[in-house]
Write a protein that binds this ligand. Structure first.
Ligand code: XMP
Length: 517
């Protein structure tokens, strides 16, 4: 993929926490950037011809048994390298410097002194500036021919470089926002050191992707499972621009969507919408409700919804006949996550991006494979997709099925749909949606006593959730204004039949998860 871009920066992943962030920062400089494992072969790297390479941080010591390493040859190719944290220590270690356990670890915001105002990396950076440190080892002695460019009271080599060899390294993390002048340093590396032009833009990405797909697919046929989420919608529009009616979008309405969502998707992609594609909406709600009857276990519910989804899609695909390409809305974080080691299964995710190999097709097309979520949204805007679709918050594949605790019934779906619509409306009205990663109503399986009018009620409790998160792996419960919560609560109990109590979930993740099941 990288050859399509006039210039690129390669980030080599040594297992650090902020690797995606480095790629983001570089792309924000309008320079295309990809993250690859540190084991990427030298030959491959040569083929990619990056303008610069960045070594990320990592959890190990350079002396540990399973330390992530790289060949010294990588540092001798004449391609500029910037080592960050572990990457900095690794560079020192490989080139004959001395890395040791630091007398005191440095964690958090730390004042760093720039010692060399002539350094290309530190051009325009204040002599004393705050950087984010997170290390237990440090470089005691830089390799020969390296100049020390920055230090802290604990860390004699917080920055070092060999300008002639185009090798640069910093012990701190310029990519995190707590490093106040970090963006400037990365900008300096990309432009002053690597000599990038910075001509990578989203509109050029969109145009070149459409062009590439048109050539690749020719007169072939493509099939896309459209969920109405941002990723599959943007992927479908890109394909529609490339091949028009050779594309068929299948939208499975499993009856577990948010209120009016099915109609919204149809309005955009259906025959009255602006896109010239074949659109098939399958109304499968009864089928899903029947399968879910009496099922209360969350994992079993997830499995049933996932499998049934595939069955329905398969049946529709069979009607279309042989297709050449299956379109998937896979985005970059999915690629990175699936490339990492095994982690414990907390929930078995169902995602239309993860369809198995049952449909008869030649190849999978993933036009968004190299984009981050906000870049996908940006591409969507470039393509003229309506804002309410483009800025939609994440919605899980199993839909409301995992926002209804216990058995799913049509009646419960209607309750949670109404409550959720009211909540979204109130959050939007109050203008607080922007700061939230995700917010929704869930139906607890609890009924309790209430009083309405003069009568006793025994109805369900709705739980409201709103979280702030950047990666959805961890999240903080949002402190929503009380006015918004009480207005929402009062509207829900008044307008939604079957609910007499509204609760707010103030648990973070961990220990809770974002969804309820
Ligand atoms: P949890 O509940 O695990 O959710 O904290 C983290 C994020 O993942 C979304 N989620 C899913 N997305 N298929 C999806 O496509 C799924 O099965 C699924 N389960 C959870 C959830 O909405 C949140 O954004």
């Amino acid at each position: 993929m990288s050859n399509e871009h006039s210039e690129m920066i390669l980030v080599l992943d040594f297992g650090g926490q902020y690797n995606q962030l480095i790629a983001r920062r570089v792309r924000e400089c309008n320079v295309y950037c990809e993250v690859h494992p540190h084991t990427l072969e030298l030959e491959k790297i040569k083929e990619m011809a990056p303008k610069g390479i960045i070594f990320t941080g990592g959890p190990n010591s350079v002396y540990s048994k399973d330390a992530a390493v790289c060949s010294v040859k990588l540092l001798q190719m004449g391609i500029p390298v910037l080592g960050i944290c572990y990457g900095c220590q690794l560079m020192a270690h490989i080139l004959g410097g001395v890395v040791k356990t630091a007398p005191t670890s440095e964690y958090g915001k730390t004042e760093v002194t720039v010692k060399d105002s002539g350094s290309k990396l530190f051009t325009g950076v204040s002599e004393k500036n705050i950087c984010w440190m997170s290390h237990t080892d440090y470089i005691e002695k830089a390799p020969e021919n390296f100049k020390i460019t920055a230090s802290t009271p604990v860390c004699p080599v917080a920055g070092m470089e060999n300008e002639a060899e185009r090798l640069y390294a910093v012990q701190f993390h310029p990519e995190v926002m707590h490093t106040v002048e970090g963006v400037k340093m990365l900008h300096n590396f990309v432009f002053n050191v690597c000599g990038c032009a910075g001509d990578w833009k989203m509109d050029s990405f969109v145009a070149s992707t459409i062009d590439r797909l048109r050539k690749k697919i020719g007169s072939g046929k493509a099939l896309c499972a459209l969920s109405g989420g941002v990723d599959s919608s943007v992927a479908a529009v890109i394909l529609s621009k490339a091949i028009g009616r050779q594309l068929t979008c299948v939208f499975v309405d499993h009856g577990l969507l948010r209120k009016d969502e099915g109609d919204e998707v149809e309005a955009v992609f259906g025959p009255d919408g602006p896109y010239n594609v074949n659109f098939i909406r399958v109304n499968a709600r009864e089928r899903f409700y029947t399968k879910l009857k009496g099922v209360t276990d969350p994992e079993q519910k997830r499995k049933i919804i996932g499998e049934e989804f595939i069955r329905v899609f398969e049946e529709e695909a069979k009607k279309i006949g042989v297709v050449d390409y299956l379109v998937q809305g896979t985005i970059y974080p999915d690629v990175i996550e699936s490339g990492l080691g095994k982690s414990a299964v907390i929930k078995s995710h169902h995602n239309v991006g993860g369809l198995p190999d049952f449909v008869d097709f030649k190849e999978i097309v993933e036009p968004l494979r190299l984009l981050f979520k906000d870049e996908v949204r940006q591409a969507g805007r470039e393509l003229g997709i309506p804002e309410y679709l483009v800025s939609r918050q994440p919605f899980p594949g199993p839909g409301l099925g995992i926002r209804i605790i216990g058995e799913v019934t049509a009646e419960k779906v209607a309750i949670v749909q109404e409550a959720d619509a009211i909540y979204r409306e109130e959050v939007a009205k109050a203008g607080v949606a922007k700061s939230l990663g995700q917010y929704f109503a869930a139906l607890t399986n609890m009924r309790s006593v209430g009083v309405m009018g003069d009568g006793r009620t025994y109805d369900y409790a709705i739980a409201l959730r709103a979280v702030m998160t950047s990666d959805f792996m961890t999240a903080e419960s949002a402190k929503l204004p009380w006015d918004v919560l009480s207005k929402t609560a009062s509207r829900i109990v008044n307008e939604v039949h079957g609910v007499n109590r509204v609760l707010y979930d103030c648990t973070g993740k961990p220990p809770a998860t974002i969804e309820f099941e």
